[in-house]
Write a protein that binds this ligand. Structure first.
Ligand code: NAP
Length: 436
């Protein structure tokens, strides 16, 4: 029997699905010892710090993660950072193969003047802030104006907009971070404007997320029906309309035509507008947009501009990977050929491999392909011992699966009296206390 040691760096969906594939491909002659390494004291990646708190169903995938984690041969090493605690060289020398599943956590920049003003944030800061990520507890989120602007027409923009436009009482029974919930309760924001730079036929929202919007209990959602009808005419003129585009347009038309209830909170979706400047003295008070137009079926910017007064602007226009020492990065992701970093025993899965696209489930098939490639390239098992001895030598305390289970139970117990699924710890020291 051959037993290989594999390191998976990053305890998010892509990392767990990679581990699951390796586990499923084990046989009487092939076994894997899997060490999952994560820089945070807790696992689950975006399921913990990305998925919106009002989408608890999506988080149930964590049950799958826990099944993988409690399978023989799986070891969790949280609170261990590749690049600072251990080097890429140390990993590649101590494992038969290394799988990078570190995602893309840096928000892309708009590149417009005023983007650095107070009140201008990236979703890459705002989302982990409301999700209790320990590194984002102190993000400055001014909610003292009545209007917020969200840039981008993807599902992250939609999550961000919903979180700002919801009646905060609806979040009381979720795992929204306490610090965020307290501020959201005091929020003066009553109108949220989401801007896409192309037409309704080009949005990156997905239909199930759009279909939820007219069901919001305390927020009216507005889309100009003519914008959607124009988009339908444009796509139909081009021939057969792709199924996802048709579903999105149908969902947007349903929103546009849904009766409004006169709620105090409103969420507007606008199209064909690109931000060109963010203005304000010390803090954002206005966003300037250029109007875009269709020309030969392509979208181009016009010289016509308009402005929206707002005290908060959040850009949700995609993410890039933060480069890791010793691993080649290009175009915001790890340089790879079908998941292999050529000339090395390093592989890459998830957003770090293909960029920030797809839903959680997309990572399953993607990781499976890469793990099959990894297995096909394995030679004889090396006599390697993994990371434990290295951590002992360096005096690095890690959170194991057993420690994490204690943290998990404590969080769930803290939430119970308040009807919440959990109250997340945000203090690293408090979490490290569970490691004894
Ligand atoms: P995304 O789906 O790629 O959307 C990014 C949006 O930003 C696009 O509308 C894009 O417009 C726009 N954009 C890019 N650069 C821009 C610029 N300079 N100015 C104005 N707009 C710009 O990215 P995402 O929303 O970050 O989501 C990432 C992935 O996570 C997606 O696959 C998403 O479906 C998934 N996700 C899923 C859920 C869920 O299932 N509930 C929740 C959150 C995220 P163009 O199309 O014109 O480039």
């Amino acid at each position: 029997m051959k037993r290989y040691r594999i390191a998976i760096v990053g305890a998010g969906p892509a990392g767990y699905f990679a581990a699951q594939t390796l586990q499923n491909l084990q046989s009487e002659v092939l076994r894997f010892e899997i060490d999952m390494i994560e820089r945070l004291p807790t696992p689950w990646g975006l399921v913990r710090s990305g998925v919106a708190p009002d989408h608890p169903k999506i988080k149930t995938v964590s049950k799958v993660f826990e099944k993988i984690a409690t399978t023989e041969g799986f070891n969790l090493f949280c609170n261990v950072e590749l690049g600072s605690d251990i080097s890429t060289k140390e990993l590649t020398e101590n494992y038969d193969a290394v799988v990078i599943a570190t995602g893309t956590s840096k928000g892309k920049k708009l590149g417009v003047p005023g983007e650095e003003l107070r009140g201008s944030l990236s979703a890459a800061e705002f989302v982990p802030w409301y999700n209790a990520h320990p590194d984002f507890v102190d993000v400055d989120v001014p909610l003292d104006s009545d209007t917020a602007v969200v840039i981008g027409a993807g599902n992250v923009a939609m999550d961000v907009a919903r979180m700002l436009a919801l009646e905060p009482r609806e979040l009381d029974v979720t795992d929204t971070a306490d610090h965020a919930l307290a501020l959201l309760h005091q929020s003066k924001i009553r109108t949220v404007h989401v801007y896409g730079r192309r037409g309704p036929e080009h949005v990156a929202f997905t239909a199930p997320e759009l279909r939820e919007l007219p069901k919001l209990d305390h927020t009216d959602v507005f889309i100009n029906p003519q914008d959607v009808r124009d988009a339908i005419a444009r796509v139909e003129a081009l021939g057969e309309v792709p199924k996802d585009v048709r579903s999105n347009l149908d969902a947007m038309l349903a929103i546009a035509e849904s009766p409004k209830k006169g709620h105090a909170r409103s969420l507007y979706f606008h199209f064909l507008a690109s931000p060109v400047a963010i203005n304000g003295e010390n803090k954002v008070n206005e966003v300037i947009f250029a109007k875009n137009k269709f020309e030969n079926a392509k979208v181009s910017q016009t010289s016509e501009t308009f402005s929206i007064e707002a005290g908060l602007v959040i850009s949700a226009i995609g993410y890039e990977a933060i480069p890791i020492e010793g691993i080649p990065c290009e175009g915001g992701r790890v340089q790879n050929t079908e998941g292999c970093v050529e000339g090395t025993n390093i592989y890459v899965v998830g957003w770090a491999k293909r960029g920030p696209s797809g839903v959680i489930g997309t990572n399953k098939s993607d990781a499976a392909e890469v793990m099959k490639l990894l297995i096909s390239r394995l030679v004889e098992p090396r006599s390697v011992t993994g990371i434990q001895a290295l951590l002992n030598k360096k005096g690095i305390v890690h959170i194991s699966q057993a420690h994490w289970e204690l943290i998990n139970s404590a969080e769930v117990a803290k939430g119970e009296p308040h009807g919440k699924p959990r109250v997340k710890f945000t203090d690293r020291r408090e979490m490290l206390g569970f490691a004894g």
